[in-house]
Design a binder for this molecule. Structure first.
Ligand code: HEC
Length: 258
């Protein structure tokens, strides 16, 4: 019986000590979750993740795993906060904050499941969510990429990674310049980057996005004249300038064959 009582008293003391602590502990001043404060946290993590996402070897490097995991976790937390914060905002804000949170969670889950390639792809495209919302809702406007990511250090990464990162950040004119520098750099560097990839990424950007056929034709003409291009690439590319001049001539050809 004594023992039982003792237990009760203990339990009570335990409870009391808890509530007493609750009363005396200094209440932490809550940092107001303004959009700006959330954004700063988001930016810190995205600045770690984006450069890594433009380099497959870095993104899948086991030595980087805990850093990437921590940044993705923190980004998932901040995006969730942004989404909750978005409940009181207008429809566009709600829409874009929801899609950011969804994409971040997807990238995080894929990473946890070890599907690193998929995670890398998703992370590399997160900047689309930032830019989509910023072009509509913040004053940064059309050069949102430049405004949002001024601190990303592109000086330490390869030309190809830099070109891809700039593409992801919608800094199209810098991205094109970088691709063109890469296409006139040493064949060894180009082979390392994967010539087919480089050409494909460059053409998507310049033709599909910019529709600057003249510039594409000029770059390709200079490129096919280079020595040392692997035969299969040479074979693929040599007719492209011709096809482009055909495109330039006028109305898009119909699909009918011969
Ligand atoms: C749902 C819309 C939305 C999304 C998504 C969004 N932002 Fe923002 N962001 C804003 C708004 C609105 C502001 C302006 C806040 C203010 O000044 O009060 C802002 C401000 C910022 C700022 C402060 C600098 C500035 O331009 O005022 C940074 C940095 C930033 N965002 C980074 C990002 C990054 C990086 C992402 C993507 C990972 C992102 N944002 C996604 C809406 C968004």
């Amino acid at each position: 019986m004594q023992r039982l009582c003792h237990q009760h008293v203990c339990g009570l003391l335990f409870l009391l000590s808890f509530s007493a602590q609750g009363q005396t502990a200094p209440t932490p001043t809550p940092t107001p979750d303004t959009t700006k404060a959330i954004m700063e946290r988001i930016r810190e993590n995205i600045e770690v993740l984006l450069p890594l996402s433009s380099n497959r070897a870095a993104f899948t490097d086991p030595a980087k795993k805990s850093e990437i995991m921590a940044a993705l976790k923190a980004l998932a937390d901040s995006s969730a906060v942004l989404q909750v914060h978005g409940q009181d905002q207008n429809r566009s804000f709600r829409y874009f904050s929801r899609s950011l949170a969804r994409d971040v969670n997807e990238a995080f889950s894929r990473f946890q499941e070890g599907k690193l390639d998929q995670s890398q792809y998703l992370v590399a495209h997160l900047s689309d969510d930032c830019i989509a919302c910023h072009t509509r809702l913040s004053k940064s406007g059309s050069n949102a990429g430049e405004k949002l990511f001024p601190r990303i250090d592109v000086s330490t990464i390869s030309l190809h990674e830099k070109a891809k990162l700039l593409t992801a950040l919608h800094q199209t004119s810098l991205a094109l310049q970088t691709f063109e520098t890469l296409l006139s750099s040493s064949i060894e560097d180009l082979k390392k980057a994967g010539i087919d990839n480089v050409l494909h990424e460059y053409l998507v950007l310049i033709i599909r996005q910019q529709f600057d056929l003249q510039r594409a034709e000029k770059t390709l003409k200079a490129f096919v004249k280079r020595d040392g291009i692997p035969i299969h690439v040479q074979h693929n590319v040599e007719h492209w300038p011709e096809s482009i001049s055909f495109l330039k001539k006028g109305p898009t050809p119909t699909n009918s064959i011969g």
